[in-house]
Design a protein around this ligand. Structure first.
Ligand SMILES: NC(=O)NC(NC(N)=O)C(=O)[O-]
Ligand SMILES: [Zn+2]
Ligand SMILES: [Zn+2]
Length: 507
């Protein structure tokens, strides 16, 4: 098995344990020092972790991973046990060792709305769920991250509160879209890219943009080679009133579903045709990249995006676990925990989303963790039209993707691609998103087969556990350990004492 992987595939072979022909060792060129006191539950900065199922180098199999100074230093592929005698090693048996998840779409709501989530609880939940990096959305905090100054407020608010690494998206809003120097100062200050809405965002200081704002913003983004993430729903110029006449029961999920039809996603994507074309080689914003967040409509909207990609536009697509796990048919009336925008659609739509993900038309997954204060979910009243829209899911996305994906035959390598490799590329995170020598030792160790009930006895680190639509579900996939830059930040239902995650700022 070892030699099959080694054959000319990847990195230079720096050393081979001569006594053990079965072990192939890949080495890294440099190392970086670890964080300080209390950062890790493991008292070493040089150690090995090993298991029968390491997801690395394009395969899943027995291997040991050497972690040194926060980086992956080497990978010994094959029968590692005798090789590791007398070395500090954690042998995880048949648990899976996989790259940590990178969640490119989470709303942590700090500063300004810590009563919704906050950096501390949000990143503790991430660590407990095997997420090692997340990128925070520019809205739902107050103020929104739309300028150099407001980014500074974010970074200041995050100090000493991060249990995992956190990057930041900035906002593209009408106020800065036609002002390249304002956008440049935001980009120079370190946001990893920008995000905009094509419909009202629900947040006053984050107004929506039209396609002209977007086309202008992309020209500046092209210079920096950073992406624009777009919430692609737009109220069509002529709204059909299908089904929206007659009695509207705001507790009925059908009412909500009809209020945001696939035509909204389609209208936004049609409106983006010119912007997408501009990203092509030779186009006005060549070098820029459009990323469609949380795609729900797997029909015309997806077809239009597939065409754009096929014609050379630089476009990527994400969807979220809730669109893959749930269907409109099963959302109980009045259960506003399931309210999000765009909405969760019918089961046929869900199956087609899975198909598109498996076929590579959808590139990656994200949580779109968007909690609020519980009162705003109006759970007693159950009013879908007035409740806060957003699914609370951060800690659960790995077991959810796995549990609901099993019946579609997903593999561990696909999980690593959708949750680590592709998101790292989107966010421009070099040295993250894979278990490779020289990369950050950002790793999740988990047991896919272990089932658990997400009941009252289960530790949930989100600020508000009861607003999550996943509560009460039986899931498969228990996270044992999470490493961020070699620090064991979560293990056995415990977090490291100190919050040593790093803010990530683009250079
Ligand atoms: N203001 C929000 O957080 N909105 C979010 N809400 C959802 N998805 O329901 C989003 O990402 O659009
Ligand atoms: Zn959105
Ligand atoms: Zn969102």
């Amino acid at each position: 098995m070892a030699s099959a992987v080694a054959k000319g595939r990847l990195l230079p072979l720096l050393a081979v344990a001569a006594a053990l022909a079965a072990v192939i060792l890949y080495g890294a060129p440099f190392s970086k020092s670890l964080g300080g006191e209390g950062c890790s539950l493991l008292p070493h900065d040089h150690f090995w972790i090993a298991s029968e199922r390491v997801v690395a180098l394009g395969r899943v199999g027995p291997a040991a991973v050497e972690v040194k100074g926060g980086l992956i230093n080497a990978i010994a592929v094959g029968d590692y046990r005798s090789f590791l005698l007398r070395r500090p090693v954690v042998d995880y048996g048949d648990a899976v060792i996989m790259p940590g998840l990178i969640d490119v779409h989470a709303h942590l709501d700090e500063p300004g709305r810590v009563e919704w989530e906050g950096f501390s609880t949000g990143t503790k939940a991430a660590a407990a769920g095997g997420i090692t990096t997340l990128v925070d959305m520019p809205l739902n905090s107050y103020p929104s991250t739309v300028s150099e100054e407001t980014l500074k407020l974010k970074v200041d608010a995050a100090r000493d509160k991060l249990y995992v690494d956190v990057g930041f998206w900035g906002g593209l809003v009408p106020e800065n879209a036609f002002n390249p120097s304002a956008l440049e100062s935001l980009l120079k200050a370190g946001v990893l890219g920008l995000k905009s809405f094509m419909c009202p965002s629900g947040i006053n200081d984050f107004p929506m943009t039209n396609s002209t704002h977007i086309e202008e913003g992309l020209v500046t983004l092209a210079k920096y080679k950073r992406p624009l993430l777009i919430h692609a729903e737009r109220i069509p110029d002529i709204e059909s009133d299908d089904g929206l006449n007659g009695d509207l029961d705001p507790r009925s999920y059908a009412t909500y579903l009809k209020s945001r039809p696939p035509a909204w996603e389609e209208a936004a994507i049609r409106d983006l045709q010119r912007a997408m074309k501009d990203t092509k080689i030779g186009g006005r914003s060549e070098g820029a990249h459009i990323h469609i967040v949380h795609l729900s409509d797997s029909k015309t909207s997806l077809d239009l995006l597939k065409d754009a990609k096929h014609n050379g536009a630089k476009v990527s697509i994400e969807t979220c676990p809730h669109y893959l796990a749930f269907s409109a048919e099963e959302v109980p009336d009045g259960d506003t925990r399931f309210k999000c925008a765009p909405p969760i659609r019918d089961a046929t739509n869900r199956d087609s989303l899975w198909e598109a993900l498996l076929d590579g038309h959808i590139d990656m997954l994200s949580s779109d963790h968007s909690p609020s204060a519980p009162e705003l979910k109006l759970m007693e009243e159950g009013n879908f039209l007035r409740a806060w829209g957003g699914i609370s899911s951060l800690q659960f996305v790995l077991p959810v993707t796995w549990s609901y994906g099993k019946k579609y035959g997903i593999s561990l390598n696909q999980l690593a691609s959708w949750w680590s490799e592709r998101p790292a590329m989107l966010a421009g995170l070099k040295n993250k998103g894979a278990i490779l020598p020289g990369y950050h030792a950002d790793i999740v160790v988990w047991k896919p087969e272990e089932q658990f009930q997400l009941d009252d006895g289960h530790a949930v680190y989100h600020k508000h556990r009861n607003i999550s639509a996943y509560l009460g579900k039986e899931l498969s996939g228990k996270v044992l350990s999470t490493f961020v830059s070699g620090n064991l930040v979560f293990a056995e239902d415990q977090h490291a004492k100190a919050a040593c995650g790093a803010p990530i700022l683009a250079e």
